[in-house]
Write a protein that binds this ligand. Structure first.
Ligand code: FES
Length: 170
């Protein structure tokens, strides 16, 4: 097996062990993909095919689930995953200006990762926190009522965490 995708035999072994421990494969696809993404960080094509074989479902079914849920990704992501909610409430309250500022500060477009691998930027559908609109997620941490002026501060905070070797969430 090639290691070009970043998926070593050892990592396949980890997801194989997870699948082997399931009491039933029925309806397990979303959970298996979620577990695989937590191991690999993303779901490359080779891994999707491997999971399809293991769960005895079609590759098209696996791809359909991966592409339907916005929290699944087929591309490697940065150490800090910045996600902006592009739902209606967030859009009306100016998330597009916040997105432009993140793109300018990081030098990447939505869906991309910085060349140093530190930050990735993504757009999400409504994340269910509309009262906090506009909403930005950095990994699992929620920033509410975000303005474009706060963007450089958020990035600097996480650069600080990363330079100390860990990402802490306050
Ligand atoms: S529209 Fe952004 S949280 Fe609902």
């Amino acid at each position: 097996m090639s290691t070009e995708t970043g998926c070593s035999e050892q990592k396949f072994h980890e997801i194989d062990s997870y699948i082997a421990a399931l009491s039933s494969l029925d309806g397990a696809l979303v959970n298996v993909l979620s577990q695989a993404q937590s191991i690999y960080g993303y779901l490359p094509k080779e891994l999707q095919l491997h999971i399809a074989r293991k769960l005895k479902v079609s590759p098209a079914q696996v791809y359909g689930v991966v592409s339907f849920y916005s929290f699944f990704t087929m591309e490697p992501k940065g150490k800090c995953r910045i996600s902006l909610c592009m739902g209606t409430a967030c859009f009306v309250l100016g998330i597009d200006e916040v997105l432009k500022e993140f793109q300018k500060e990081l030098g990447i477009a939505s869906g991309e990762t910085t060349p140093d691998g530190l930050f990735s930027l993504d757009a999400l559908r409504c994340v269910g926190a509309c009262s906090l609109a506009p909403v930005v997620l950095v990994d699992d941490r929620v920033f509410g009522k975000v303005t474009a002026n706060q963007v450089s501060g958020i990035i600097d905070e996480y650069k600080g965490f990363l330079s100390r070797g860990s990402v802490e969430h306050g």
